[in-house]
Design a binder for this molecule. Structure first.
Ligand code: SF4
Length: 343
C-alpha cells in the first residue's frame, strides 16, 4: 500500500508539483488527478502526474559522468532491474525504493512544454542533453505518455545534440524521428545489454524486453543511420560473468554492428546495496558472502574491473576477427573509450 503523496515537506524539496495543484492541466486527467491506475497493457502500474518546474537538470561539476545536462521525464522504472542504481531516487513522497520504484511511476506531464521554453535561445547555449541517466525513457509509461517522443521532436527541431541510454525496444517506434534528428544534429543512442543469458535476464531484469530483441534494435537503429552503441552491464558477479556468458553477449553485439561496446561491472551504492543483497539472499544466498567482501565500497576493486575490461576487449577483438573472416555481414564495432573507471 502506498501512502498519499504531496506531503508539503517532500513536495518543497522537488522541482515539480502534483498536477492536482495545477487547474489548467486537470482536464488531461479528469479524476482523480493524483493517481492513475494502469489498465490493459499498463496493468500493474500506477502513474503520478506532476508538473516539473524545470526539465533540464544540470549535473554537479564534481560528477565524473561525461554529460553536463540531463532530462528524466519519469521517476521510477517498470523495467524493475534488481540492481538499479536509481532506486533511492524514489524515497521521496512516501514511496519506497523497492516495489514502488518498479510500479508507481512519476510522470512529468509538462516535460515537452518545459523543454520548449528552456531551449529558448537567450536561455540555452545548445549543450548536449543526456536521457536515460536516472530512469529509462522507453519504459512502459512512455507507451502511454509519449514524453520521450515529444522531447526528441523538440530537440530535433532545435538541432540540439542529445543521447539516449535505454533497455526499451519501444525506441523503434521513434526510429524515423531519430533518423531525422541524426541528420540534423549529433544523436547518440546506446542499449544496455548486460547478458543474453535468458535465465539471468528473467531473474534480474523482469520488466525489460528480451535481450536479443535489444540486440536486434541496435542493428535496426544503426541500419537507419542512428548511431547505436552497447553498454554491456552491469555484469553481475556469480550470475553473468562466466566466460561463455561474456562471449555470447559480446558476439551478439558485434554481429549487431554496435558502434562501440563497453563493459561495466555491478556497483552498489548505499541504498542500492541493501536492496540488491536482500534480493540475492532470496535467490542465490551462496553469493552473499562474496558480495559483502567485494562491495565493502560501492565499486568492486580496480583489479577486478581491469580484469573484466581486458576480458571484454579480448572478446571484442576475437569477434571482430570472426566478422572480418566473413562470420557476419554487419559492420564491425570499434573499441570504446568509455569505460567507467571510478577509483
Ligand atoms: S532500465 Fe535502467 S532505470 Fe530502469 S530499472 Fe533498469 S537500471 Fe533502473
Amino acid at each position: 500500500m502506498v501512502e498519499p503523496i504531496a506531503a508539503p515537506a517532500a513536495a518543497e524539496r522537488l522541482r515539480w508539483r502534483v498536477v492536482e495543484s495545477a487547474p489548467e492541466q486537470q482536464q488531461l486527467f479528469p479524476t482523480p488527478p493524483e493517481r492513475i491506475v494502469g489498465t490493459g497493457e499498463f496493468r500493474g502500474l500506477e502513474f503520478l502526474p506532476v508538473h516539473a518546474r524545470r526539465i533540464i537538470n544540470e549535473v554537479p561539476k564534481t560528477s565524473p559522468v561525461p554529460f553536463r545536462h540531463t532530462i528524466n521525464a519519469y521517476r521510477g522504472c517498470s523495467h524493475a532491474c534488481t540492481y538499479c542504481f536509481a532506486r533511492p531516487t524514489h524515497d521521496y513522497l512516501g514511496l519506497d525504493s523497492d516495489v514502488d520504484f518498479d510500479r508507481v511511476i512519476v510522470v512529468k506531464v509538462n516535460a515537452v512544454e518545459r523543454l520548449r521554453a528552456e531551449l529558448a535561445p537567450k536561455r540555452w547555449n545548445g549543450d548536449p542533453i543526456a536521457m536515460g541517466t536516472n530512469t529509462d525513457p522507453y519504459q512502459r509509461a512512455e507507451g502511454k505518455y509519449h514524453l520521450t517522443q515529444g522531447i526528441i521532436d523538440v530537440l530535433s527541431a532545435a538541432r540540439n545534440p542529445f543521447s539516449i541510454l535505454t533497455k526499451g525496444t519501444l525506441i523503434l517506434r521513434d526510429l524515423d524521428a531519430l533518423a531525422e534528428a541524426a541528420r540534423r544534429t549529433t544523436v547518440e543512442t546506446s542499449f544496455s545489454i548486460g547478458t543474453v543469458d535468458e535465465e539471468v535476464w528473467k531473474l534480474t531484469e523482469p520488466g525489460t524486453p528480451h535481450p536479443m530483441q535489444r540486440v536486434e534494435a541496435v542493428a535496426r537503429l544503426n541500419d537507419a543511420g542512428v548511431p547505436c552503441s552497447v553498454l554491456i552491464g552491469p555484469i553481475l558477479p556469480g550470475l553473468s560473468d562466466r566466460p561463455e556468458q561474456l562471449d555470447a553477449v559480446v558476439g551478439a553485439c558485434v554481429d549487431a554492428g554496435a558502434r562501440s561496446i563497453a563493459p561495466i561491472m555491478l556497483h552498489l551504492r548505499p541504498g542500492v546495496k541493501e536492496h540488491y543483497l536482500g534480493w540475492l539472499q532470496g535467490v542465490r544466498p551462496d553469493l552473499v558472502a562474496d558480495h559483502e567482501e567485494r562491495y565493502r565500497r560501492a565499486y568492486a576493486s580496480s583489479k577486478q574491473r581491469d580484469a573484466l575490461t581486458t576480458t571484454v576487449r579480448d572478446l571484442i577483438a576475437k569477434h571482430r576477427l570472426r566478422v572480418r573472416r566473413g562470420g557476419s555481414t554487419r559492420a564491425m564495432p570499434r573499441l570504446s573509450e568509455r569505460f567507467e573507471r571510478p577509483r
